[in-house]
Design a protein around this ligand. Structure first.
Ligand code: NAD
Ligand code: UD1
Length: 330
């Protein structure tokens, strides 16, 4: 039996493929390569010794998705494929709704048609909107502030409704906090096109001299040093969280888990740790707050620890060192 990984050549998907192959699982990757490169498969082979079977298919191509299920005996799907840039989603909402939601509907319909009922879905802490307090538990109220976040919220709801209607389905919704860092080999990592939106890839490009300085979006938040606080989690810990999540697929219905460390870290903490660990100065300027940003967002990660036996183990030093190791080689 195989595990289908949609979006498997992407940032989190590629690290998860490595984790699963190292655990002895057979992986099939589906990706349309709109935000990743096919060479990632060679890097996965260099790391693990195994090159996963690959389909260059768009989830919007229903016939293509059908073919993948017809040609393989798929037991379970880990569904990463989706568009994820918040700003772009505001400018192109229809593309985001179509790609993320219709793509998921096609996938689930083909799963059902081929008797595959186990699904792990990549959701995001963005579904908590502006949380009333931190740390954030899975039962906190949900809301969103942009179309990207709304696609995650809608897909969560669609999958919940599906599980009510069809008791054969078992779905795990994983709400990621802020994944950063890279595989120790430096061969796979976060490599966004153009100017990065997220903090860590921006920092590594400043470190490399590609960008002149970092803009710190606000230093007047009600946080310890005034800058935004987030729950940064090493992508390898996140990948391991997916393996742990397989446990929850043995029961029907929906299970929901935060994947975070439970620790809040400020923008200045990231800059200082990066500088200290890598011996590189990161020039920065204090800029206006970024619209839509919140002061603090970090997880209560207890549920995943208690129910899945999973806990993030890597610290900020390792995250900063591995992110730079990847950027240096990129
Ligand atoms: P990524 O862009 O690196 O990977 C997503 C992959 O999906 C890409 O390889 C892309 O080519 C592929 N893809 C997109 N639309 C597709 C389609 N219609 N058909 C086939 N392939 C398609 O992103 P990532 O950071 O690895 O994120 C993976 C998932 O996790 C996404 O769903 C994202 O929304 C979610 N997530 C990411 C973060 C983060 O900070 N990176 C945080 C929370 C949630
Ligand atoms: C962003 C998205 C969120 C998505 C998450 C993970 C927004 C508003 N939110 O969250 O929906 O789920 O990424 O992909 O885009 N920062 C700077 N300078 C920079 C970049 C970031 O100071 O150049 C600060 C931000 O203000 C924030 C922190 O760094 O305080 C982290 O930012 P980022 O990496 O973009 O993640 P989120 O804002 O948590």
């Amino acid at each position: 039996m195989s595990i289908l990984v949609t979006g498997g050549t992407g940032y989190i998907g590629s690290h998860t493929c490595v984790e699963f192959i190292e655990k002895g699982q057979e992986i099939i990757v589906l990706d349309n390569l709109c935000n990743s490169k096919v060479e990632v498969l060679d890097h996965i082979k260099t790391i693990t010794g195994i090159k996963p079977k690959f389909y260059e298919i768009d989830l919007l191509d229903r016939e293509g998705v059908k073919r993948v299920f017809e040609e393989n005996d798929i037991d379970c799907v880990i569904h990463f494929a989706g568009l994820k840039a918040v700003g772009e989603s505001v400018a192109k909402p229809m593309e985001y709704y179509r790609n993320n939601i219709v793509g998921t509907l096609n996938l689930v319909d083909e799963m059902r048609a081929h008797n595959c009922f186990k699904l792990v879905f990549s959701s995001s802490a963005t579904v908590y909107g502006k949380p009333a307090s931190v740390p954030i538990r899975e039962d906190f109220p949900l809301s969103t502030t942009n179309p990207y976040g709304t696609t995650k919220l809608y897909i969560e709801q669609i999958l919940k409704d599906l599980c009510v209607a069809d008791k054969r389905f078992s779905v795990v919704l994983l709400r990621y906090f802020n994944p950063i860092g890279a595989h120790d080999s430096g061969l796979i990592g976060d490599n966004p096109n153009g100017i990065p939106n997220n903090l860590m890839p921006y920092v590594t490009r400043v470190a490399k001299g590609i960008l002149p300085h970092l803009n710190v979006f606000g230093n007047d938040y009600e946080t310890e040093d005034g800058t935004g606080v987030r729950d940064y989690i090493h992508v390898l810990d996140l990948a391991a969280g997916h393996y742990a999540a397989l446990k929850a697929l043995s029961e029907p219905g929906v299970s929901i888990y935060n994947l975070g460390t439970g620790n809040g870290c400020s923008v200045l903490d990231i800059i200082h740790t990066f500088e200290c660990v890598n011996g590189i100065k990161i020039p920065y300027c204090i800029a206006e707050r970024r619209p839509g940003d919140i002061a603090e967002c970090y997880a209560d990660a207890t549920k995943a620890e208690v129910e899945l036996g999973w806990k993030a183990t890597r610290g900020l030093d390792e995250m900063c060192a591995s992110a730079w190791n990847f950027e240096k080689n990129a």
